[in-house]
Design a protein around this ligand. Structure first.
Ligand code: SF4
Length: 63
């Protein structure tokens, strides 16, 4: 897995899903999930990762 989300940290603000909607979405509990690790280009995924207010997303672009 190249993208991991720490669900305990996620506060469900949805900014990752707004910036990279083909990669992230919120589940029924309002926590972020990865729907496609290659859904958006790497730069977009990086912007989504940096937008997370609680640093809940770990992205290893080399995988
Ligand atoms: S940006 Fe971070 S806190 Fe917000 S929904 Fe995504 S993983 Fe959760």
């Amino acid at each position: 897995m190249r993208i991991k989300i720490d669900k305990d940290l996620c506060i469900g603000d949805g900014s990752c899903a707004s910036i990279a909607p083909k990669t992230f979405r919120l589940d029924l509990e309002g926590k972020a999930i990865v729907i496609d690790e290659y859904g958006d280009d790497d730069e977009t995924i990086k912007m989504a990762v940096e937008s997370c207010p609680v640093q809940a997303i770990i992205f290893d672009e080399d995988k």
